[in-house]
Design a protein around this ligand. Structure first.
Ligand SMILES: Nc1nc2c(c(=O)[nH]1)N[C@H]1C(S)=C(S)[C@@H](COP(=O)(O)O)O[C@H]1N2
Ligand SMILES: [Mo]
Length: 440
């Protein structure tokens, strides 16, 4: 260890001792898809579904404004409203209460928005505005019990430490009392066994298993117990969907809309290896993934995939299906999940004006068609021995699309020589090198 490295190491160790709960701002893996730099909105690449628990450096980020930096020594969680004793709790107060852990999918309501037609504004997420986390904290029900929730309560409203920009409304969201009291609804201070990272809500966030991410408030500072439903902008004007199906592109008035709450049964599909199709599947409130069926012939026939990995009440279920990636051709692969409530992924998605809750049958088009490669005009001119041996009779595209070994090229060359191609014996090895270098 060099002097500088050692100094840095000691400094980091000291920082850990002095501020044990300061969230390290973990650097995200460079393969994250950047949907927005500022505010920071990052999408997980499809390979992320190979992990049962999504590592923090691959966990998507959705932030409306900026991630506040919270000083945990002065931070307090305030609980007020329709309660008998309002509370102001420090993080140590919360950590000294009985803790609870849940594995749960966190998915942005807008995940898959880019697949809707006609397109609509908003972050154009594909499949990766979702992750499966291991969350630890206190049950929200326990904190509410400590404050003494009074009769007449209908909703619990959360506010985080992030402040809006300009005249934007503060991001505040409420959930019904019943969901707040569910034993899996937590106030989490840990993610995947680590202190909750700043990007994901340090020091405390709401965990609402089975519900879309917009209810999972980050950087929570205030909880209000309400006797009337919240009328804030983010409840009355955002995260709504039509109560009944509407034509794609239709404008829908607010009174014909209902809130986005539970996630819906969904799967994703990708090529795991040259011999296996893989994916993940999850569903919403109160249901479990029952099975995933796969079609490799555009929906004519379906076969069950093998469910793999742990089965948990709110986590995603991984699956696999043997399929050998063909050397050639065009294939459409489909995956369709069904849950314990009998709900199944639709073929045609319900259009909604904000592009929420995309969950139609997962589709992957595999293009292995062989196309003549375009002639690269910037490439150095072909060597004279190549022109002499090959280009006198045909163009080079027929060569470029071949996928041959050196031995196969040797046999090909002998055939051509038999047909009159002019190859000087001294050039033979260089010609084989060249053929290999310009083909696949
Ligand atoms: N305070 C606060 N909480 C928030 C948000 C926010 O902008 N501010 N974004 C919400 C949305 S829309 C989503 S999808 C999730 C994203 O959580 P993540 O960034 O940890 O993945 O946080 C939710 N909680
Ligand atoms: Mo979201």
């Amino acid at each position: 260890m060099s002097g500088i490295e050692r100094r840095r190491f000691l400094w980091m160790a000291a920082a850990v001792l002095v501020r044990p709960q300061r969230a390290a701002d973990l650097v995200k893996r460079s393969d994250m898809i950047v949907r927005s730099r500022r505010p920071e909105d990052l999408e997980m690449p499809i390979e992320g579904f190979t992990d049962f628990i999504t590592p923090i450096d691959r966990f998507f980020v959705r932030t409306h404004v900026t991630a506040p930096s919270v000083d945990v020594s002065t931070w307090r969680l305030r609980l007020e409203g329709n309660v008998s004793s309002p509370l102001a709790l420090s993080i140590d107060d919360l950590r000294s209460m009985p803790s609870s852990e849940v594995v749960a999918v966190l998915e942005c309501a807008g995940n898959g928005r880019s697949f809707y037609e006609p397109p609509m504004p908003g972050l154009q997420w594909t499949d990766g505005a979702v992750g499966n986390g291991r969350w630890r904290g206190v049950r929200l029900a326990d904190v509410l019990k400590r404050a003494g929730v009074k009769a007449g309560t209908v909703e619990i409203l959360f506010d985080g430490a992030d402040v809006p920009i300009g005249t934007m409304q503060d991001f505040q969201r409420s959930i019904p009392l019943e969901k707040a009291l569910h034993p899996a609804t937590l106030l989490a201070y840990e993610m995947n066994g680590q202190t909750l990272p700043a990007k994901h809500g340090f020091p405390l966030r709401v965990i609402v298993p089975g519900w879309a991410g917009n209810s999972w408030i980050k950087w929570v500072t205030s909880i209000r117990v309400l006797t009337e439903p919240s009328t804030g902008f983010w409840m009355k004007n955002a995260y709504l969907r039509p109560a009944n199906p509407v034509p794609p592109g239709a404008a829908v008035s607010a009174d014909a809309m209902i809130p986005v709450t539970s996630l819906r049964v969904k799967s994703v599909i990708f090529i795991g290896s040259p011999s296996v199709i893989r994916g993940a599947a999850w569903t919403g409130d109160g249901a479990r993934i029952k099975n995933v069926d796969v079609s490799t012939d555009r929906g004519r026939t379906w076969k069950p995939a093998r469910l793999t990995g742990p089965a948990t009440p709110f986590g995603w279920r991984q699956w696999e299906f043997p399929w050998t990636l063909p050397a050639e051709g065009y294939y459409t692969l489909l995956a369709r999940a069904r849950d314990s409530s009998g709900d199944v992924q639709p073929v045609v998605p319900e259009w909604n004006p904000s592009g929420y809750l995309w969950n139609s049958v997962a589709r992957l088009d595999v293009d292995r068609t062989i196309r003549p490669a375009a002639i690269d005009r910037s490439a150095p001119p072909p060597p004279a021995f190549f022109r002499e041996a090959c280009l006198r009779c045909h163009d080079d595209d027929v060569i470029r699309q071949q996928r041959l070994t050196r031995a196969q090229w040797g046999r090909e060359l002998d055939k051509m020589i038999g047909w009159g191609a002019r190859v000087e014996p001294a050039d033979r090895e260089a010609l084989l090198d060249y053929l290999l270098s310009i083909s696949r």
